[in-house]
Ligand binder design. Structure first.
Ligand code: GLU
Length: 375
């Protein structure tokens, strides 16, 4: 099977580890587990593989050190705990990785770093340089300075963005459950593990805890959102149980102990990956069936005649989702018209624009070069 070999041969690997894997249920660090993780990663680095670790646990470590049982609700306090915990986390990684002969580098990213293309490319170059120097970048969101509304918010998404950013071959999300199940395994004894998911359908989103369902467990929803990003960026993703011994080696040996999400064939170019996943989404437009078909079959630009509705407050140059009439996200792109102008030209032919609008006229609402298909 092609995916098995791809996984075995993966050279550049991003591993994401969650707080549930790093901590005991007491809230204290699970040093044994962290040591096992570091040993496996160091051994992979010794084999010549390029390793990037995306780690959570900063806030958790801060809570533990300050002897607090619950996350504070105030943002400055959360930021303070992240600042305390990030140092503790890095200290233990630095100590353990250096015992195994590895050099690590702390990289703290924010959403801002992906919103601006120049910063996006700078982050990529810095990470690639670190890999070239045979170091292991240890990445977290910069929780201390990231403004709540502008946060990536979860490290599943962050790890998928990082995997796309560095053109990784594989992304492994380590969590406290074996993978994605067809039902909630905590409440259904007959729940079965899905070994392979080739497409993120609405059904998959539902079983992962999408809107209106009760199946959501262990942050599976954000993992599925991460899978979307990874797959579209040409990165195969695996969800596996971080508490299983040698889990990373097992995944890499092709013994799937988890759920695999194979990369899509078409690998998005850097700029398109950034377009789709780096930028903030400001709104959405809904296109008719004819426009959808032209988009999917021919990669056509979107014209106002095919747009039937929109939502959100956006300006020209913002990124919007393109939805089908049944509300599926089919593309993302940079829109040439703000919401006010779009109201005036919705459903109209391009030749009518000059009588409807003042200012710069574009033939397309979204040009094909500024659009990425999401299906
Ligand atoms: N960045 C957060 C932390 O280190 C974790 C976010 C997440 O768990 O997804 O505490």
């Amino acid at each position: 099977m092609i995916t098995k070999n791809e996984i075995k041969n993966a050279q550049r690997i991003v591993i994401k580890v969650g707080t549930s894997t790093l901590n005991h249920s007491t809230g204290h660090l699970n040093i044994h587990q962290i040591d096992l993780l570091v040993r496996q990663l160091s051994d992979l680095a010794n084999q010549g593989k390029e390793i990037l670790l995306v780690t959570s646990g900063a806030v958790g470590a801060g809570l533990d050190r300050m002897k607090k049982k619950q996350k504070p609700t105030s943002i400055p306090e959360k930021q303070a705990l992240a600042a305390i915990g990030q140092g503790i986390l890095m200290h233990i990684y630095e100590k353990l990785f250096s015992e195994y002969g590895q050099t690590v580098a702390q990289v703290l990213l924010t959403k801002e770093n992906s919103v601006h293309y120049s910063q996006y490319i700078n982050s990529r170059n810095a990470l690639l340089s670190l890999l070239k120097m045979h170091t292991i970048p240890i990445i977290n969101e910069n929780d201390v300075v990231a403004i709540e509304q502008l946060k990536i918010g979860d490290n599943d998404t962050l790890s998928a963005i990082v995997a796309g950013l560095v053109d990784a071959d594989l992304l492994i999300l380590l969590t406290d459950i074996d993978g994605l199940y067809n039902k909630n395994p905590q409440t259904h004894a007959d729940a079965a593990l899905l070994k392979k998911v080739t497409e993120i359908t609405p059904h998959i989103e539902t079983i992962a805890g999408g809107a209106g369902t009760k199946f959501g467990t262990g942050g599976m929803f954000t993992k599925i959102q991460a899978a979307k990003i990874a797959m579209s960026s040409g990165v195969t993703m695996v969800i596996a149980n971080g508490s299983r011994k040698n889990i990373i080696n097992d995944v890499l040996s092709g013994e799937f102990c988890g759920t695999v999400f194979p990369a899509r064939e078409a690998h998005l170019k850097q700029r398109k990956t950034w377009l789709a996943f780096g930028k903030n989404i400001s709104g959405s437009i809904t296109v008719d069936n004819g426009c959808e078909a032209a988009l999917i079959k021919n990669g056509s630009s979107i014209l106002a005649a095919g747009v039937i509705d929109f939502s959100g407050i956006f300006s020209a140059g913002n990124t919007v989702r393109v939805l089908s009439t049944d509300n599926r996200e089919i593309a993302r792109g940079i829109i040439n018209y703000g919401a006010n102008a779009l109201t005036k030209i919705l459903g109209h032919n391009t030749c009518e624009f000059s009588s409807l609008l003042a200012g710069k006229i574009y033939d397309e609402v979204i040009h094909r070069d500024n659009m990425v298909l999401m299906i």
